[in-house]
Design a protein. Structure first.
Length: 298
């Protein structure tokens, strides 16, 4: 009877993992659909502008004046592919500033100021902001313009709940599928966390902690789940950084990391999933307590 009960528990755990993976795929599909809608709207707007265009690349202007349309950049020598667009590079730079906390939630993103900072025109800046908006990093408010996404406390809690399920699914799959290279990566990141915790270095711990979680995502051997988990993690990073890893939280995280790794290396899917959810509960409670206090101060 106990054996049957244990089998049923494991079956339920696996069903939960499959549901979380399905959720990740659904989120990915919704994000891509939303992005395509944005692209279609932009294409329609561009087509409307082209109505006024004359043959030979000349565009109509007010008072009968004309201005030559900018030339389309050509491929490099030997037909080499163009590098990533300027807008994409700006989006990467701005996302790094948001994730690192340099641009805090609620910070206004003025197109002109960003154009001056990056020595670019407003067009690629605007496109970069659109890209970040499609990823949930930026929001565009009527009559206020673009700003770094600022979550309500309720939304923050919901995102941490979703993150707990995604990371738990990663841990469960990692317990079943991890390779020796995954073990080495998880172990190396854990040792870096231990050293940072012992030296009371929050910045070093922050970096090592990110490496540990990312090594675990990769160990799931499911690149779609890994991608969606990383995307949501990046959206949460400004709020997690705001908590600042204090001495007590660093020590507790190291202990929880060890228990999760032990479960994964023992190939115990159920325990790995449970330990990871407990770890995310710890991080959520600390982030919510700190962010809630900041909201009250504001």
């Amino acid at each position: 009877m106990l054996g049957d009960g244990s089998k049923r528990v494991k079956q339920r755990q696996r069903h939960l993992v499959y549901k979380v993976i399905l959720l990740a795929y659904t989120i990915a599909f919704y994000r891509r659909t939303t992005t395509m809608s944005t692209i279609a709207a932009k294409a329609s707007e561009t087509s409307a502008r082209k109505v006024a265009r004359r043959p030979g690349g000349v565009v109509k202007r007010a008072a009968g004046t004309t201005k030559r349309a900018p030339a389309i950049p050509k491929r490099g020598a030997g037909g080499a592919k163009r590098p990533a667009s300027l807008a994409s590079r700006l989006a990467v730079a701005l996302e790094a500033d948001i994730v690192s906390g340099k641009l805090r939630p609620g910070t206004r993103l003025d197109e002109q100021a960003l154009a001056r900072r990056f020595k670019a025109s407003r067009t690629p800046v605007r496109e970069a902001l659109r890209q970040l908006e499609s990823r949930g990093m930026v929001e565009n408010r009527p009559r206020q313009g673009a700003q770094v996404m600022q979550l309500s406390l309720a939304s923050l809690i919901e995102m941490f709940e979703t993150m707990a399920w995604l990371e738990a699914a990663c841990a469960s799959l990692a317990a079943r599928r991890h390779t020796q290279a995954d073990r080495d990566a998880i172990h190396a990141a854990h040792e870096a966390c231990v050293r940072a915790q012992q030296s009371l270095d929050p910045e070093a711990f922050y970096r090592a902690n990110a490496r540990w979680h990312e090594a675990l995502y990769a160990a799931s051997q499911n690149r779609y789940l890994e991608q969606e988990t990383l995307l949501l993690r990046n959206r949460l990073e400004p709020y997690r950084r705001a908590t600042t890893f204090h001495e007590g939280l660093m020590a507790l995280s190291v202990q929880e990391h060890q228990r999760i790794a032990d479960a994964i290396f023992a190939m115990d899917e159920s325990r790995a999933m449970s330990e990871m959810r407990g770890h995310l509960d710890t991080l959520r409670n600390d982030a919510v307590r700190t962010y809630g206090a900041l909201l009250r101060v504001d």
